[in-house]
Each structure stands twice: as structure tokens, then as C-alpha cells.
Design a protein around this ligand. Structure first.
Ligand code: RP5
Length: 177
């Protein structure tokens, strides 16, 4: 459930609070990658929503979504898409919220097409592009958390604990004899 202004049942909301992070993907098939972002946001207790919208196939609906995003409480956008991936750039063109882009390997070019489409934004419309695939999706969520933690000490503490746990995982690794 989502409280507040969200009435569209196609929104996938989380944590019974107004979402702070909006995840948009160009196809349901991209969710296999974007789920890595969802998992991080859940772990860090950051309210979020996820939705399928395509820059090419549903441009009007994408514009409508982005135009109301800030007034609905969203503060950071994560956009994942494959191929000629214009999703993040189009979102960035319509908002001043930070837009974090996740390139997805969805074509025979294995994500390089998506990476270059996202990273080569023209001066004036910034998009922060992460790595191709799940590592990029996870890092997009962590980056979103770092942005939100600037004004949320409790979230900052959760990030500190999350990173300490990752360090401990490495220190606990044992090599075979
Ligand atoms: C992009 O085209 C989507 O982001 C997806 O990665 C890719 C292929 O879309 P589908 O044919 O899987 O729906 O717009």
C-alpha cells in the first residue's frame, strides 16, 4: 500500500509510507536487474515505488509520472533500461531531482548500447550513470540512500551499519586449505 496521492493501482509501493525513491524501468523484463535496487531499498527501510514506463513506447505516461513525482514526495529517481536507453535522460529532462541510471544488457550489444545512451548526456541535463546490470542497480539504490541520508541521520546510521556488515563479510571469507 501507498498513502497519500497515489491512486494508480499499477504503482508498486512499499513500506506504507510515501515513497522517496521512484524506480522506473522500460520493461517488466528489466525487473530481474532492478530487483537488486529494490532489495537494497527494502534493507535500508527507504520507502519506494517501482513502475514500468518506456521513453519510447509510453512517452505521454512517462511525462505524466515525472511531472507529479516531486509533489508526491519522491526525491530521487532510478531509471533502468536496455538498448537505446533514453529513459533516464528523458526523466532528467523533466525534473530537477537526481536521476540515477542503470544500463541493462537487453540486446546483442550486452548493455554497452544502454551504457553509452545513458552516460553521454548533453551538458545541462545531468544523469548519474552506474554500472551495467545488477551491481549498478544495487549501487543506484545505495547512491539514492546516500543522497537521502544527507538529511536523515537515522538512515545515515543504517548505511554505516550496512557497509560495516559488507566489510565483515570480506574479513570472514576463508580460502580452501
Ligand atoms: C527497453 O528495451 C527496455 O528497457 C528493455 O530493456 C528493452 C527490451 O524491452 P522488452 O522487449 O523486453 O519489453 O526499452
Amino acid at each position: 500500500m501507498c498513502f497519500g496521492l497515489v491512486r494508480d493501482p499499477s504503482y508498486n509501493c512499499s513500506m506504507d509510507k510515501l515513497p522517496l525513491v521512484g524506480i522506473v524501468m522500460g520493461s517488466k523484463n528489466d525487473y530481474d536487474v532492478l530487483v537488486a535496487a529494490v532489495e537494497i531499498l527494502r534493507t535500508l527501510e527507504i520507502p519506494h515505488e517501482a513502475r514500468v514506463l518506456s521513453a519510447h513506447r509510453t512517452p505521454d505516461q512517462l511525462f505524466a509520472y515525472v511531472e507529479t513525482a516531486r509533489e508526491r514526495g519522491l526525491r530521487v529517481m532510478i531509471a533502468g533500461a536496455g538498448g537505446a536507453a533514453h529513459l533516464a535522460g528523458v526523466i532528467a529532462a523533466k525534473t530537477l531531482m537526481p536521476v540515477l541510471a542503470v544500463p541493462i544488457a537487453a540486446t546483442p550489444l550486452n548493455g554497452l548500447d544502454s551504457l553509452l545512451s545513458m552516460v553521454q548526456m548533453p551538458k545541462g541535463i545531468p544523469v548519474a550513470t552506474l554500472a551495467i546490470g545488477k551491481p549498478g542497480a544495487a549501487n543506484a539504490a545505495l547512491f539514492a540512500a546516500e543522497i537521502l541520508a544527507l538529511n536523515d541521520p537515522a538512515l545515515y546510521d543504517r548505511l554505516v551499519a550496512w557497509r560495516a556488515a559488507r566489510a565483515q563479510e570480506v574479513l570472514d571469507q576463508k580460502l580452501p586449505d
